[in-house]
Design a protein around this ligand. Sequence first.
Ligand code: NAD
Ligand code: LMR
Length: 444
Amino acid sequence: QKDDRKFSVLIAGGGSTYTPGIVLTLLNGLDKFPLRKLKFYDNDGERQKKIADATAILIKERAPEIEFEATTDPKEAFTDVDFVMAQIRVGKYAMRSKDEKIPLKHGVVGQETTGPGGIAYGLRSIPGVIQLVDYMEKYSPNAWMLNYSNPAAIVAEATRRERPNSKIINICDMPIDIMDRMAAILGFKDRNDLDFRYYGLNHFGWWTEVTDKKGNDMMPKLKEYVSKNGYWVGGDYDAHTEKSWEETFKKAADVYKLDPTTLPNTYLKYYMYPSWVVKHSNPNYTRTDEVEAHRQKMVFGECKRIVDAGTAKDTEFKPDEHSTYIVDLCTAIAYNTHQRMLAIIPNEGAISNIDPTATVEVPCLFGANGPERLSMGKAATYQQGMITEQNSVEKLAVDAWQEHSYTKLWEAFSLCKIVPDAGVAKDILDDMIVANKDYWPELK
Ligand code: NAD
Ligand code: LMR
């Protein structure tokens, strides 16, 4: 029987810098994932409008049959939707900047998803993402939400507890980006030419196996390369890679040396080399400043250029690993393909010697009923120790949010591997409470 379904997609966080990439990927892939409707939702209508006005032109030129709408009204946004792609940043770059700069002031790594900054962002994100889930369940109960909103580990732990039956799948593009790099290093086209085994937490995981599609072991060649260059490819591949990411991809060489039997996620650099990271940070110019000067400027500048020109025929926007991954996931669910892809989900035995209630990142088979986790076996002693500690940090952060507990949050900060002691943890926490007063529950 002919399948002539067409889907309705909502991008929540329509004003995100990642939205144009997703739109381009959707428009390029209509033969595989046909659309009848595309909607944007954001609680900042003005920011969203800049991207929506350019998107309207793109759609008119490339697929005028798709109904397009941008709104700040939850009912309008979430009604008649098949897939929600969520990418909100509660508190926007202004708050991200504080997440980075406050810990650095105390000599501690300041990062979007890592350490005190990540925890602070987590407490802002939790209610924002839960609100999106509730809108979806109210207005389109059969829809699926693919959520990129960070910090994904803490958000996933909170949705596991607060909305255990909801159809939200938390995802991350970092391993995807790294796997595209692995493919480039090996001379393949992209990540889809590789099979893999991977386990850990979000921004905190390891590849134990990478093979080509015939099953040949690619690990020796990759290890040889990564031990020297990290995941830095260079040349045309990295022509537009920002400075801080160059450093991160190269630093993977040192991270790899801690366990030469696996290949690491780049974010582990923050946990293994925090003093090095602090030494290489400028407390007055952090990643937020770089994003505002580069990605945000480029995206909003290009939108304005499209609107002023009245055409998007020569646009610089293009699909990337972030956008292709989320669209591939929707396609796998829509067509029940059982494609093997990573997700951040309750462990339930996937890593056999890790708490079954931990929220882990492992490969899953994606079909019409969502992800089916694959068993990754046992974590090695080093990884088991690291995962257990970091997962406790994430659990304590969610406890603190649920119970409005100062002590639990202090425990979360102080247990974090990158914070030297409980005194420093308290100093950072007390500054964070003031900075986040409009977002956090009042702590007792
Ligand atoms: P951005 O600030 O450019 O966009 C976020 C948008 O969310 C803004 O337009 C903002 O107004 C909107 N927003 C904030 N709170 C909202 C709410 N409660 N309801 C509706 N809209 C809200 O951010 P960005 O840099 O494009 O990143 C977007 C998100 O994606 C962030 O959470 C970021 O951390 C995340 N991200 C995740 C991954 C991943 O792999 N998981 C990768 C990149 C970015
Ligand atoms: C970004 O803004 O690029 C991120 O979401 C990841 C990061 O820290 O750069």
